[in-house]
Write a protein that binds this ligand. Sequence first.
Ligand SMILES: Nc1ncnc2c1ncn2[C@@H]1O[C@H](COP(=O)(O)OP(=O)(O)OP(=O)(O)O)[C@@H](O)[C@H]1O
Ligand SMILES: [Mg+2]
Length: 239
Amino acid sequence: MAAVEIVALPQVSPVFIELEGVSKTFIKGRQQVEVLKHIQLQIRQGEFVALMGPSGSGKSTLLNLISGLDTPTKGRIRCGETYLEQLNDRQLAQWRSQQLGFVFQNYQLLPVLTAAENVALPLLLKNMSKKERAMRVQNALEIVGLEGRADHLPAELSGGQEQRVSIARALVTDPQFLVCDEPTGNLDSKTGQEILAMLQTLQQDFGKTILMVTHDLHAARFASRTIQLQDGQIRGEAA
Ligand SMILES: Nc1ncnc2c1ncn2[C@@H]1O[C@H](COP(=O)(O)OP(=O)(O)OP(=O)(O)O)[C@@H](O)[C@H]1O
Ligand SMILES: [Mg+2]
């Protein structure tokens, strides 16, 4: 009798988000500008994807569509079993607040609030006790190594610390997906590397799915996959 060979199948994570033939056209005066052209893209759960491309190639537009902040002119975006176009405004807002955390190049912290108060913002709309909110904020600040700065105002923090606060704010609802638009664009290279290493930890140890826009090839090395966008089309991919 032939021996039965047991072959270990490669572990492939499920697709977290899929773009099916997505195009986006903006109308400026009488002109129509097709900024994204028939984008086909799958991002698997737990991937860290870097999105690169020249200025004006459509990177931020793509992030806005994937985040449900804007809608495609053509094509569809699916997250799990859900097509984003099928959600009404309230459901879309709920989807975003449960699944997504945003990190911006310029941090977008409120200057009159302390680090802890900024981090708490996404929780204010959730039905939750003060005690639980405080615990979650502390946990998020600990993950980014800023538990000692909870009472500082943004102006009393360095740029790298401000970005950590904004990452803690993105993490505080425990979303599956982090969307980062040039998170190290305003930081010196050493501080930028620390932020990138932290995002990599969030992927590898916390299982987050990350999509990050960057202009920097060094930054892209922290990702598990790099996608090149040019003139609104995906021109290349590297693992
Ligand atoms: N709301 C809008 N109305 C009209 N045109 C827009 C709008 N938003 C973006 N565009 C145009 O779409 C193109 C792509 O813009 P986008 O912001 O996505 O580029 P990007 O790749 O993020 O660039 P950068 O690296 O400079 O941030 C640009 O030509 C821009 O002028
Ligand atoms: Mg942009």
